[in-house]
Write a protein that binds this ligand. Sequence first.
Ligand SMILES: [Zn+2]
Length: 123
Amino acid sequence: MMITGIREEVIHLLLTLGKENHPREFATLLVEEDGIICEVNLLPGTIGGETSATILTDMIPLGISYAGSAHSHPNGVLRPSSADISFFKRTGRCHLIVGYPYLEDCYRCFRNDGTEQNIEVFS
Ligand SMILES: [Zn+2]
């Protein structure tokens, strides 16, 4: 299923998680329903430092498919790193990065190859 949108609450939650964990990074997985990202799935042990994305990959239960992932960049750079892109390929199709200072528009959405994707926000 194509991911076409995201619920506004999910974006707010991701920005809040970014703020709460700052200056550490957080990472989570995204759950979709009918092509709309509607929920985050926080796995135990995913809150950490620079390597949180790597830890997260090991935590994904087999047989569960996720819409994508979200993580924070405490340095405020709203672009995926090369490590992020290799992680994206293993965790779904739609990936959000939220960044410092975690304001309303401090997020971007990316495809598996790291290109930016526009996503519709549903309130
Ligand atoms: Zn990153």
